[in-house]
Each structure stands twice: as C-alpha cells, then as structure tokens.
Ligand binder design. Structure first.
Ligand code: NAP
Length: 320
C-alpha cells in the first residue's frame, strides 16, 4: 500500500510516498481502507521539527515516528477477533493522535481509540478533518476554557481549521463571538455566525475598546501580555500554540493563561468529546470547511499550500 513518510526534518520535499506492507489488525483493531485523511498545520510543524524544543518529544536528530497524518475517514475492511462495535463495510472516521500514519491507503486502529461510525450526511473529506479543528477547539472551549452561555469570546484566526470550528462550537454553546481574520475571509467568518468580525490587517483587537471573557488565540499571533488589557475581570487567554512566552505566563498566572496539547489528553476524554461533536454533526449544526483536496501522490503540494499562509478551513488528502 502507499503511505506518506518523512525520515528527516525539513521542507515539504522531505516527504516521500512509499510502498509498504498492508497492516494486519490485532484482535482489538479494525483495518480501515482510507478514503480521505487530513493534512494540517500541526503536521507541517512536526515535519519541520518546530518549535525546536518539540524535538525532545518528536526525536532530537530525526523524527522517531516517520508516518504522517492524524485524521482519517474510510471503510472497515477487516476486523480483529475482539471487535464488537464495528462490522466490515462500516464507514468510520477518527484520529490516530501522535501515532500518525493516516496519510496512507490503510491503517489499523483499536476500537477504544478515537473512531466512530461516520454520519451519512458528511463526506469522507469533511469527516477526516473533524479531529483537527473541531476536536481541538471543542476541548479548549468546553474543558480548558469552560465557556458559558452568554459569555463574550474573541477567536483569533477565525478562518483557520481551529478557528472556523471554534466559531461554530462557541455559537452552539450560546456565546457571543467576535472573530478575527483578514479581509479575504471576512465573508466566510460572518457566514459561520459571528456577532462581530475584526480585520486584523486594518485593526488591532487589543486597541478597539471592547473587552472579552475569553480570548482564544488559535494561531498564536497575539499574546497574553498584549491581550490582558481587553480581558474582563477573571478573563482567560488560551492558545493551542506553545511559545516560550505562553509557557512562562501559564506558570505565572495559571488561572488566566492556558495551553493544552489536545493529542496528549486521555483517550477516553477525547472519545467523549468526539461523540458529542458527532451528535452535533448528525443534527447538521456544524460544518467542516474544506478549502482544497489533494490526491495522496500530491501530498508535497498539499504541505506547500499549508505553508503558503493562504489556507482557510481544512485540507483533505483523497485516496482514489
Ligand atoms: N495544542 C493543540 O492541541 C493543537 C492541535 C491542533 C493544532 N494546533 C496548532 O494550532 C494552530 C492553528 O492551526 P490551524 O490549522 O487552525 O491554522 P490555520 O488554519 O493555518 O489558521 C490560520 C488562520 O489564522 C489567520 N491569521 C494569520 N495571521 C493572523 C494574525 N496575525 N492575526 C489573526 N489571524 C491570523 C489566517 O487567517 P487569514 O487567512 O484570514 O489571514 C488563517 O486562516 C497551529 O499552530 C497548529 O499547530 C494545536
């Protein structure tokens, strides 16, 4: 089968699509024939080995895990002897977290990991991306930020994968939402239901006089230091993008500044969140935004586009 790997850190050109043996499911695993997988900013960062301190976890001199891609959607082709929840032919989707390997033709995944039956109302390409933006942002808004109905949240990077998901989830949770993006994505962000949108190319949200209960900086382009003057009393600044400043602030003011690596949360907690999201998707209350799709053979082009800074929403890799 074809699978995308990278054996050294670097530009998109370090990615190779190689032939490997089709995996065999263990007793507690299903073999999934992948129809679509995700390609994300987080993947590009792991491929580059940035930020450099992340290499302590990823591998100091070269990547320990050479496989690429965390989100998948496909069809169960075979199952281990202990599998009770899925049958051959079921359409399923989910996430392999840091074990990666979804940018491939097949994966094996344990039944108790983040995997569920795919609703018929969403496509494989949409389903493959849900574990990136939606799962991460739901984890932040519900568990890290404890967002409450009626609170005012500002979402920086509202047109991205995490941001476009966060806007929709925050609206479902009953919050007032201000989205920050550039001119070209204002219509998109408005269409997701924000009350207010700020064009960061024209205005700085920290200088506009409005205040917020939560600032969720999905892209790490702002900082607690800059933002704290527009946070309400007991307000929270949170971001999924780790920087030295964020690390320092979370240590000094743990109630006011928060970071979380969603992929490192307990499997059962992520599975719970994933199921709640699934219910919202089934009710047609959320929509995965897809910017572009690429065939697996063109995954280098997909990573080049991810790094261009022009992406909105999500990128999916499609298998024929
Ligand atoms: N901690 C975790 O668990 C976790 C999990 C997944 C991802 N992440 C990280 O989360 C980050 C966001 O990922 P993503 O996929 O959502 O990114 P993305 O899709 O690339 O989103 C970037 C968006 O940010 C906007 N943007 C660019 N410069 C900006 C600025 N100066 N101010 C405000 N907005 C700006 C862009 O909007 P315009 O195009 O409109 O300019 C773009 O749509 C990545 O760094 C990723 O590694 C963390």
């Amino acid at each position: 089968m074809k699978t995308a790997i990278y054996t050294k850190y670097g530009s998109p050109e370090v990615i190779q699509v190689v032939d490997t043996a089709k995996p065999l499911p263990k007793p507690n695993e299903v073999l999934v024939k992948i129809k679509a997988s995700s390609a994300t900013i987080a993947d590009t960062m792991m491929r580059q080995g940035v930020p450099k301190f992340g290499r302590l976890f990823l591998g100091v001199f070269k990547p320990k895990n050479t496989a690429l891609g965390t989100g998948f959607s496909g069809v169960v082709e075979a199952k281990g002897s202990q599998i009770t929840k899925f049958k051959v032919g079921d359409e399923v989707f989910g996430e392999k977290l840091f074990s990666n390997g979804c940018n491939a033709e097949y994966i094996c995944i344990a039944e108790d990991m983040v995997i569920e039956k795919k609703p018929t109302t969403i496509s494989h390409q949409e389903a493959a991306t849900i574990s990136d933006g939606f799962l991460t942002s739901y984890s932040f808004l519900k568990d890290i930020g404890n967002l409450k109905k009626g609170q005012h949240i500002l979402i920086n990077g509202a047109s991205g994968s995490l941001g476009s998901a966060a806007v929709q989830i925050a609206k479902q949770m009953g919050a007032f939402v201000t989205g920050v993006c550039s001119t070209s994505n204002i219509d998109l962000v408005k269409s997701l239901g924000v009350e207010d949108v700020i064009d960061y190319k024209k205005n700085d949200f920290t200088e506009m006089g409005n205040t917020y209960d939560i600032i969720y900086d999905t892209v790490g382009k702002s900082s607690y230091k800059k933002s704290k003057k527009v946070l309400n009393h007991n307000g929270l600044f949170m971001s999924p993008v780790l920087s030295c400043e964020l690390l320092w602030c979370t240590m000094l003011s743990p109630k006011k500044v928060k970071f979380s690596a969603t992929g490192m949360r307990k499997q059962k907690d992520l599975k719970y969140l994933f199921n709640e999201l699934l219910s919202l998707f089934k009710e047609d209350r959320l929509q995965a935004i897809i910017d572009r799709t690429y065939p697996l053979d063109q995954i280098i082009e997909a990573h080049n586009y991810l790094e261009s800074g022009n992406k909105y929403g999500n990128i999916a890799i499609i298998n024929s």
